[in-house]
Write a protein that binds this ligand. Structure first.
Ligand SMILES: [Zn+2]
Length: 93
């Protein structure tokens, strides 16, 4: 008799993580997404649409990457990629 111990099955995991496939996630014109918590992430770091976080945290594409509030210019960036970990860059005029 054989037991299954030590036998490796070469099966793929249920959710293949391919950078090419982001099922159902709307395309972002800026390549950035944000959540209702103010988290900003790029396509690689934002949850995919089939991730429970996508709906739970209300993620959406960021339509415009930068802008200006009065005298202050700002620009969104992926806080996971950013060396300083900030979601918003500010440029004092
Ligand atoms: Zn990123």
């Amino acid at each position: 008799m054989y037991t299954s111990a030590g036998i490796r099955y070469k099966t793929q995991p249920e959710s293949p993580e391919s950078p090419e496939s982001f099922p159902m996630r709307p395309e972002s014109p800026t390549g950035l997404y944000w959540s209702m918590h103010g988290e900003v992430a790029c396509a690689a770091h934002a949850p995919t649409a089939d991730d429970p976080r996508w709906a739970k945290e209300d993620w959406a594409p960021i339509a415009v990457k930068d802008g200006q509030i009065e005298e202050m210019r700002y620009q969104y960036q992926c806080q996971h990629c950013a060396p300083d970990g900030r979601a918003v860059l500010r440029f004092p005029k």
